[in-house]
Structures are given as C-alpha cells and as structure tokens.
Design a protein around this ligand. Structure first.
Ligand code: 4AD
Ligand code: MG
Length: 432
C-alpha cells in the first residue's frame, strides 16, 4: 500500500506527511482539539486534530469516532518527547474504515471472568499486547539459545499411545480401530529417541494435562520446550538450565524494556537472574523448610506453598535436586549413592513463581527400566520402542522441560497463567 506506514516506523518520517491505519484506542477532547490515540499493533500514536486544520466533516468525525473503530489518518509527524512513543501526528485527514458500537471493554475496571469471556477482544488491550510481545520474544530466545548451541529441533507427535507423566492427567480420545489414544503430556520420550539419532535435540510445542486442580499455575494446554542430550548427566542438565534461564531473562530485559514498563514489572529482581544459581538437594530443602518453621513431611513432593518458602530464601532461581524416587516419574535414573533418590532437578523461579523447569538424568539400564515400568503399572507393550533405546547402544542421557506460560508469567509478573497464552484452556474454560 502506497505511503501507508506503521507506528513503529515513525522515526524515519519526522516532519513528513504520512498515512497510518488502525483502531481507536482512546480519545481525549476539548472544544477545539481532539486527541485520538491510534493503535496499529506496532505501537500507539496520539493524533492531534485541531479545529482549524481540518474540514468540518473531519473534525466532526474526530469528535464522534468511538473506541475500537478502525480508521485511516493522514498527517504530519512531529517529534514530541512528552507523547507516548515520542511522536505525535498533526492531523490533516481522517477516514473511517468501520465503526465499533458499544465496545464491551471500556477503560474502567472489569472482572476477570468477564474479560476471559471477551478474550478475543481483550487481547487488543495494552497490557495484553505487551504480554503477547514478550511471549513472542521468549519463544525466539528459546529457539536461538538451542539453535546456537547445536541442538536440533525434533518434533514429537501430539497423539500418543501412552502416558509420560503419570496416568491421572491424560486426555483420552477414541482412535479408529486401535482403541484409545492420548494427547501428549510431554515430548520427552520421543526426544530421547531423537537424542540417540542427533546427539542434542529439543522439542517445542503444545502439551496437555487433564489437571483437575484450579490453580493459578495450571493450564490444561500449555507449551513446553524440552532439550534432551546424549551423554549429559544431571550436573550437565543443571548447567544448561541455568545458562538457559539467564539467557532468556537477560534477553527480555534488553529487548522488551518498554513492554515490561507497561506491565509495571519490578525489573531489579529479574536483573539478579545470573549464574550461578544456588543448588540444593531435596534433603537440604526440607531442612530449610523446617528451619523456617514450615510444616512439611519428609518424602512428600514439594507443593506450591513449600516452593514459595524455599524460593523466598534466595534472590534468584534455585535448583532442587535428588528428590525421593517415589514422587518422581518412572524414567528417572536413581542416584548411585542412594537408591531412594531420583537424579532429578526442579528449578524454582524467584519471587514465589514456583517450578518452571523439571528435568532429570534418564534410566539407561534396560533391566532397571523394565522394573520401573512394572512398578508403575504401565503397559509394557507400548514402551517396547522406548526400551529399544536401551537395547541398541544405550548411553547416559538427560534433559528437562520448561513450561512456557509459567516462564512468561514469572517474567511479566502476572498472577495467573491465563494471561500468558492467547486463548487459555483450563478446567472450567474452553472458550472463546
Ligand atoms: O515437571 P514436568 O511434568 O516434566 C516433564 O514433563 C518432563 N517430561 C520434562 C523433561 O524432562 N523433558 O513438566 C515440566 C514443566 C514444569 O516445570 C512446568 O513449568 C510445566 O512444564 N508444566 C505446566 N505448565 C502449565 N500448566 C500445567 N498443567 C503444567 N504442568 C507442567
Ligand atoms: Mg515437575
């Protein structure tokens, strides 16, 4: 389109006449001047319409145009340090594209359930736009991080015949003559096959858990990135996880400053996210909980409240390793020093955001793995291919999974995962 520019390109057109198009975000007016805030996805621009500079028709349009109406505006770009984005537009002409009557989300406060029902419109709001831009940049940082380190993207299937992370959170679907299939809870088992082929791989896509809990940390559909590497041991996974988190957080601090400001995020806490992160064993974590007078029974899994107490003791993410094997998945290797412990690690984000990474060294011994499959009452026939990875040149290997929405929530300082994904899926919500 000729001569039509985006708000993000305004700097190149100072003192020139340009045309922009978008929607009316907000409006302020006085008798002689109308301030229309245009949004076009790339930014916000105050369009100043003086009564003496435009035709009567255009001035009346500027006066009557309603929130979220789409319009095209022509004017002269002025550098204006006091305006949003540093520029404003001296309006010459406005052309209505399509009006918007009784837009349901007004600048006043709305309840969360109302906003969730209007999610398809709510994503136009300033904070939501900021979160979605941060999400996009985090996804890119994740890909860049692994790509630059020789990890190959390896896409696992979403329809699978078996469970990975326990059988209680499976979404089931009929599958033709083969009976039942499940939506994947994690791409890990397939990533292990990939690691034996390509050395270092990562999967990145949607995963599903029929979580019956209604918490701020659980979605039923969420995105997970899962690196997996042959010859990595538990310590290598911890090294990789802390380098990875530092990279993501520092990238967002550098490149999404404006969005973090819109979200009023206190970035001093994020600036601390630098290596090395503290590493404590589960035993040490329990000791810490008890020292702080927090009730906790040794042997249980750490719950959200326990994680919060632990993470509040540190100024950056903390890695808790070597959990009791009975609270961890069947595929985790046991600690050679203590068979009751699994060689697993959870990374707890700072500021009480809880577990964002779960990882482990995998059991690479065929006989031990067979035992675990029996202990966990899993159908061995569906795991034969997975057992083959131990039959044909088994090697030590490890990996982890990072939950994308939990990471976004933490970096953006949100109090619920539902704003970290365009259309959240939760136990009581599958619309819009
Ligand atoms: O700890 P989890 O269950 O680990 C796995 O799935 C392993 N197979 C990963 C691996 O080793 N390759 O899940 C990993 C992460 C959690 O730390 C959390 O960030 C996120 O996935 N997660 C969820 N995020 C949102 N909603 C849920 N219901 C989630 N369940 C897990
Ligand atoms: Mg976990």
């Amino acid at each position: 389109m000729k001569n039509i520019i985006y708000i993000s390109d305004l700097a190149k057109f100072v003192d020139q006449e340009v045309t922009l198009q978008g929607w009316l975000y907000n409006k302020r007016s006085s008798k002689k001047v109308k301030f229309l805030i245009l949004r076009d996805g790339t930014g916000y621009l105050q369009c100043v319409t003086f009564i003496g500079n435009v035709s009567e028709e255009v001035f009346n349009l500027a006066d009557s145009i309603t929130q979220e109406s789409s319009f095209r505006v022509t004017g002269k770009v002025k550098a204006e340090p006091r305006a949003v984005g540093g520029f404003e537009l001296d309006v010459i002409n406005i052309e209505l594209i399509s009006d918007s009557v009784d837009y349901p989300i007004t600048p006043k406060e709305h309840g969360i359930e109302f906003l969730m029902d209007q999610r398809h419109l709510w994503v136009r709001s300033k904070k939501q736009v900021a979160i979605l831009k941060i999400r996009h940049r985090i996804v890119k940082a994740i890909r860049d991080f692994f790509d630059e380190r020789g990890f190959v993207l390896f896409d696992p299937p979403i329809i699978t015949p078996n469970a990975v992370e326990g059988t209680s959170t499976l979404f089931e679907t009929p599958y033709f003559d083969l009976g039942k299939a499940y939506l994947t809870q994690s791409g890990q088992l397939y990533a292990e096959a990939g690691a034996m082929a390509l050395g270092k791989v990562y999967t990145f896509g949607p995963t599903f858990r029929a979580e019956k809990s209604k918490t701020r940390r659980h979605l039923t559909e969420f995105w997970m990135v899962e690196p997996e590497a042959a010859f990595y041991e538990l310590d290598d996974v911890m090294d990789l996880a802390e380098e990875f988190l530092e990279y993501i957080v520092q990238t967002i601090l550098e490149e999404r400053k404006e969005e973090l400001e819109i979200l009023e995020r206190d970035i001093t806490k994020l600036q601390n996210v630098k290596r090395p992160f503290p590493r404590i064993s589960y035993d040490e974590a329990v000791k810490l909980l008890h020292e702080k007078g927090h009730e906790f029974e040794y042997g249980n899994d750490l719950g959200a409240a326990d994680e919060t107490v632990i993470s509040e003791s540190y100024d950056r993410p903390v890695m808790v390793h070597r959990y009791p094997q009975q609270v961890k998945a069947f595929y985790m290797k046991r600690d050679p020093e203590n068979d009751n412990l699994a060689l697993g690690v959870d990374v707890l984000a700072s500021e009480g955001y809880g577990e964002i990474i779960g990882g482990s060294q995998r059991e690479d011994d065929i006989n031990k793995l067979l035992e675990r499959i029996k202990e966990h009452d899993l159908p061995q026939e569906f795991f034969e291919w997975y057992l083959d990875l131990r039959r044909f040149g088994s090697v030590p290997h490890s990996g982890f999974g990072l939950g994308l929405e939990r990471t976004i929530s933490w970096i953006c300082g949100l109090d619920h995962l539902r704003e970290a994904i365009p259309f959240p899926r939760m136990i009581y919500r599958n619309t819009p």
